[in-house]
Ligand binder design. Structure first.
Ligand SMILES: Cc1cc2nc3c(=O)[nH]c(=O)nc-3n(C[C@H](O)[C@H](O)[C@H](O)COP(=O)(O)OP(=O)(O)OC[C@H]3O[C@@H](n4cnc5c(N)ncnc54)[C@H](O)[C@@H]3O)c2cc1C
Length: 412
């Protein structure tokens, strides 16, 4: 049987978060788009309380049996739940959503590649205490899509790793490294000659000497979210801060482990794209209604106006992306390998939100282009969904490899 309905618990959370998105995010959305490097601190602290219990993701492992039914149900739907709530938050404002303290990409890496002890050590702090941020630093000035080409090094020196290198475009890097008790998961090579096999992920705690924030980017969209350049100069961290097991450093286990992070995060980036697209679709629908324009859903194709057809395409595109997203999230919750589906969701949602927001601006003409409404902002906010966590092209490449059975060496 196929069941696309959400549980009553998720629906209740969704309605609550929607009220927050509508009542507290939308009113400050334009303001923090314009005041790019400022943070609505009080609002973020308030959201920390709400978000620490709401946003989480599965680790792709089958859940142990024998737990109380309610706990089991909660675990078995936590990525779907996060996807639904992230859509609502991003409907409110995607930049502000990204700024809410949570373990984010750094936490996803620990969940995907960390040992049980590391998960407890690094993730438990997000369950209590002060607001905290997690970040993940892969991209470098000379490497983005091809993460295997990274040059940042980690050299063992006694009971420490010494990290050297430069990371760019790190989401929440400023907050995680300098402004709170967060951590940055840094990808580095322990042996350049080993290629992928030499790449590991290391947890660098906030304020570790040798890690500095060199720059915070000025951006086109998601301007409420900080995006930082981090420089590591003889940055020393404990030996057991390498994710997974230090002793497997010559095998590819580590690299596969950190790559599995994307299976968890891509569905959530897709969910965020759904929220931005839905904001635009809702706004167009409301504007049409106010102008007395109704969409005639049960009219034959040949009798529809271009405007009606365009609007129906936007809605259908959004629905298709949502179904792919929920499937990829659901598979992760069930412990089913979702690498293909995570890329499908991300690729579809990334192109969908770009097209839908552009079409919304086009359909509303000057009103869409004006800064009096948020439509032009949503169009700017949309594009990043097609860039980070693997660009559109890279996700299509992964999909092709999975379907055709090629390795990354055979199809690149
Ligand atoms: C706002 C923002 C936030 C970000 N946050 C983070 C973060 O938190 N952590 C992090 O590590 N990185 C982050 N990034 C970086 C982002 O993940 C990279 O920009 C992205 O992976 C692309 O890498 P690149 O910029 O080096 O582009 P390149 O890899 O140089 O790609 C340039 C273009 O070539 C295409 N291309 C590359 N290889 C292929 C191929 N084999 N086949 C076909 N086309 C190809 C790409 O799709 C792209 O269109 C962020 C970026 C931005 C803009």
């Amino acid at each position: 049987m196929i069941d696309f309905s959400l549980s009553p618990a998720i629906e209740k959370n969704r309605d609550m978060i929607h009220a927050v998105a509508d009542g507290t995010m939308r009113p400050i959305s334009r303001e923090y788009d314009e005041r790019e490097h400022e943070k609505p601190t009080e609002w973020l602290n308030m959201m920390w309380e709400a978000s620490k219990n709401l946003i989480s993701f599965g680790d792709g492992k089958k859940k142990a049996s024998g737990k109380a039914e309610a706990v089991e149900r909660h675990l078995s739907e936590r990525t779907v739940r996060s996807a639904v709530l992230i859509e609502e938050l991003s409907w409110g404002d995607v930049g502000l959503y990204l700024s809410i303290p949570h373990s984010a990409l750094g936490g996803a890496a620990v969940a995907a590649a960390g040992t049980p002890e590391q998960k407890e050590r690094f993730l438990s702090r997000f369950r209590d205490g002060e607001p905290k941020w997690g970040a993940m630093a892969i991209t470098e000035p000379g490497c983005g899509s091809d993460s295997a080409a990274l040059t940042t090094t980690a050299v063992q020196d006694g009971d420490q790793w010494v990290i050297n290198g430069t990371k760019i475009f790190c989401t929440s890097g400023l907050m995680a490294a300098e402004k709170s008790e967060g951590f940055v998961v840094v990808w580095a090579t322990v042996d350049k000659s080993a290629g992928r096999a030499g790449i590991k992920a290391f947890v660098v705690e906030h304020h570790t000497p040798g890690m500095t924030v060199a720059k915070v980017e000025d951006k086109m969209g998601i301007r409420a979210s900080d995006t930082a350049m981090l420089v590591f100069e003889d940055c020393r961290i404990p030996l057991d801060n390498v994710l997974g097991q230090a002793e497997v450093k010559q095998s590819t286990t580590g690299f596969k482990g950190v790559m599995a992070t994307f299976d968890a995060t891509r569905p959530l980036v897709a969910a965020s794209a759904l929220g931005v697209a839905r904001a635009a679709v809702d706004y167009v629908r409301e504007t049409f209604a106010a102008e007395g324009i109704t969409i005639r859903y049960v009219t034959p194709q040949t009798k529809l106006t271009t405007l009606e057809r365009d609007f129906m395409d936007m809605e259908a595109n959004l629905q298709a992306a949502r179904l792919l997203t929920w499937r990829a999230a659901w598979m992760l919750d069930q412990g089913i390998q979702n690498n293909l589906e995570a890329s499908m969701a991300k690729a579809k949602a990334g192109s969908m939100v770009t097209q839908v927001t552009q079409k919304a601006v086009e359909l509303l003409g000057p009103l869409g282009y004006s800064r009096k409404t948020l439509l032009e902002k949503w169009m700017r906010d949309a594009k990043i969904s097609d860039i980070y966590e693997g660009t559109q092209q890279i996700n299509l490449l992964i999909i092709a490899r999975r379907i055709l059975g090629y390795s990354s060496q055979e199809l690149n």
